[in-house]
Ligand binder design. Structure first.
Ligand SMILES: C[S@@+](CC[C@H](N)C(=O)[O-])C[C@H]1O[C@@H](n2cnc3c(N)ncnc32)[C@H](O)[C@@H]1O
Length: 141
């Protein structure tokens, strides 16, 4: 029911903003609803603090590919003394503002490259310099 209500809210906001043309872009409505779900559910971070997740993120170093960073809930967990560069691969553009805010807060803005695509979009990744042998770690939480 929570998911349905978020999708309904995203749909009505999109129609108010863009008129009926919004109905022809269901992917944007899904992206807005799923971003709101992850951004407003602060419980994920607190729950993960009770698991192995923080210690896994802390050992990611060198050149890291972060698969699906969402709102950037892992950013505060990186050990910045290990990290040379992080590529965040995130197809949902609705997370950009939340990720940027977290990068600014945790001093990683100039070492984090957000790429708006799916991890399967190998041409886009290659164009960004992500090729065979170019990564030290892949983080997928
Ligand atoms: C459950 S969320 C996890 C968010 C984040 N990693 C965390 O720890 O809170 C999954 C994320 O994967 C992203 N995602 C979905 N399909 C993807 C794909 N093909 N390539 C990269 N990311 C993808 C989603 O947009 C979403 O942000």
């Amino acid at each position: 029911m929570f998911s349905i209500s978020l999708h309904w809210e995203a749909l009505t906001q999109a129609v108010r903003r863009d008129g009926l043309a919004a109905l022809g872009r269901p992917g944007q409505i899904r992206d807005a609803a799923s971003a709101k779900l992850l951004i407003t559910s602060g419980n994920f971070i607190a729950y993960e603090d009770t698991t192995i997740v923080p210690s896994l993120v802390q050992v990611a170093g060198g050149v890291v590919l972060e698969l699906g960073p969402g709102p950037g809930n892992q950013i505060h967990r990186y050990d910045t003394s290990f990290v040379e560069r992080i590529y965040g691969i995130e197809p949902n553009p609705q997370f950009k503002d939340a990720i940027d805010a977290s990068l600014d807060k945790h001093g990683l803005r100039d070492r984090y490259t957000l790429i708006a695509c799916g991890v399967e979009d190998s041409d886009v990744l290659r164009a960004a310099g992500i090729t065979e042998g170019s990564l030290d770690a892949v983080l997928c939480i």
